[in-house]
Design a protein around this ligand. Structure first.
Ligand code: ADQ
Length: 460
């Protein structure tokens, strides 16, 4: 990147929390892979992060925190309902995840989506200096690249989609497909989690817009647009460091003891989202117990689920479904004082999360579709002991890299159950061999490399 050019990051939410203490307000950076990866670059470049601060009504004044300038964008309560919960999370999210729930195409959500995207573009246009580099993130802001280009043709514009881009035939259902594609084509570089995502995008762009040429060098209205895969990763060193922290290791030991000494621990960690396949993995565990292939006294399932988008009905429904399955399994197989499934519906701090990764014998990651899935990579990065088995859906972006996992089709209940049996019967030598191979894959590139590669490609 040119030294003089500043970097502006644009995402739906700015990664900060507002803290109120004794009448005064201050800001605190929230954790997360994206902010960890981008913070050093933003600090170096005197960068700005533009996004919604989490409150409706007037946006807070711009502020600086740890060397990064934050510029909040305003949002009304109605826009939050229509742009965020509506179009982003009831239309785009299900459609882009293989329509595992029916996407709702409502005209009254479309215009607020356009308006909010426009507001973001205007905020960036006002904040950017000539020749700056802008990196826009995710499905909430697919129209912002072209809106911004119209206002500021001098900027370098990159866009990264964190969720899958669906196959052309599925994307074709979208009533506003041409507008969305043209919106994205305003960027110079479009990043996807997988090569398939880039391919799907290029196929749809060629069918529904004037774009032509191969994904890696498309032409659109006289400009070059490049679509390519930039698989996201994690801060590998941080997970390795946490995994070797004596405090975290002591927690792992306490956790194992509490769960019943020698019982085999199966673990799931997710946002409580219907795309993550939490229901199928618990049902497969139920099948495993029913068949007698494993005894409740010998194994235990721990499912940690962060509350997510609870205002959306499909999310309330998956919560009810999961809780019913947990209750059913415990009712049938638990004993007083010995649950068969432990279910935690909350956010837990990262050191605690890592102690769970370390305690687990089998990590179960079974999304029906997932852009990448960082949990799978975090588990592998944490296993400095070269032990533990990863059961991974072949429909997670991470499956492209994590080849040595036991890969499963989450639509196949018997297949998932069989994968548990296989996981439980792997010898220590087999587990080590697989985990070593997984660790090599995860260590090959971390989230800092990801950000560097994208920005290098954008500015070269
Ligand atoms: P998500 O759908 O949120 O991300 P994922 O990639 O698994 O999914 O990231 C979840 C993050 O939340 C992980 O870092 C995990 O540690 C954390 N987390 C999960 N449960 C938690 C809990 N109970 N307490 C605390 N932390 C918890 C979207 C896409 C993914 C893509 C990422 C990044 O859907 O496919 O990998 O963006 O691009």
């Amino acid at each position: 990147m040119k030294r003089s050019s500043r970097l502006l990051i644009v995402s739906n939410r700015i990664p900060v929390r507002r803290m109120r203490r004794s009448g005064s307000t201050s800001w605190e950076q929230s954790s997360g892979g994206l902010v960890t990866a981008l913070a050093p670059i933003l600090q170096q470049r005197q960068g700005t992060w533009i996004g919604w601060a989490g409150n409706t009504g007037r946006a807070p004044e711009p502020f600086s925190l740890d060397g990064i300038r934050y510029q909040p964008v305003s949002m009304t309560k109605g826009e939050l309902d229509d742009y965020y919960f509506g179009f982003s999370n009831r239309t785009l999210w299900p459609l882009y995840h293989d329509s595992v729930r029916a996407p709702e195409f409502r005209r009254r959500w479309w215009w607020p989506y356009v308006d909010v995207n426009k507001r973001f573009a205007e905020a960036v246009a006002a904040a950017a200096r000539p020749g700056d580099t802008v990196w826009i993130h995710d499905y909430h802001l697919q129209l912002t690249p072209s809106m911004l280009r119209e206002l500021r043709p001098d900027l370098r514009i990159g866009f990264f989609l964190h969720i899958p881009f669906p196959p052309e035939e599925l994307f074709a259902h979208m009533p506003w497909r041409t507008q969305i594609l043209e919106g994205m084509l305003g960027a110079d570089l479009l990043g996807f989690q997988t090569a398939a995502g880039a391919r799907h995008f290029a196929a749809a762009a060629k069918r529904f817009t004037e774009a032509h040429g191969p994904a890696g060098d498309m032409r659109f209205r006289g400009r070059h647009v490049r679509a390519a895969a930039f698989p996201i990763s994690i801060d590998v060193d941080r997970f390795e460091m946490l995994a070797q922290d004596p405090d975290v290791m002591a927690r792992r030991d306490r956790l194992r003891a509490r769960l019943g000494g020698n019982r085999t621990i199966l673990l799931g960690v997710d946002r409580l989202d219907y795309s993550k396949g939490i229901d199928i993995r618990l049902r497969a565990f139920e099948e495993l117990l029913k068949s007698g292939a494993a005894k409740p006294s010998e194994c235990v399932f721990v499912q940690i689920a962060v509350p997510s988008r609870e205002e959306v009905e499909d999310y309330a429904q998956i919560r009810t479904d999961v809780e019913q399955i947990v209750g059913r399994i415990n009712g049938e197989f638990g004993e007083a004082g010995q649950a068969t499934v432990h279910y935690l519906h909350r956010n837990i701090p990262q050191p605690e999360l890592v102690s769970h990764y370390l305690a687990a014998n089998v990590m179960v990651v079974t999304p029906f579709r997932d852009g990448m899935n960082l949990v799978a990579k975090e588990f592998v990065a944490s296993r400095v002991d070269d032990d533990g088995v990863l059961v991974l859906s072949e429909f997670a972006g991470a499956a492209n890299e994590l080849r040595a996992a036991l890969q499963v089709n989450p639509h196949d209940l018997d297949g998932v159950t069989a994968s548990y049996e296989a996981a439980l019967s792997l010898s220590r030598a087999d587990r080590r061999k697989r985990m070593r191979s997984l660790r090599r894959a995860v260590k090959r590139h971390d989230v800092f490399d990801w950000a560097d590669h994208f920005l290098e490609a954008l500015t070269s």
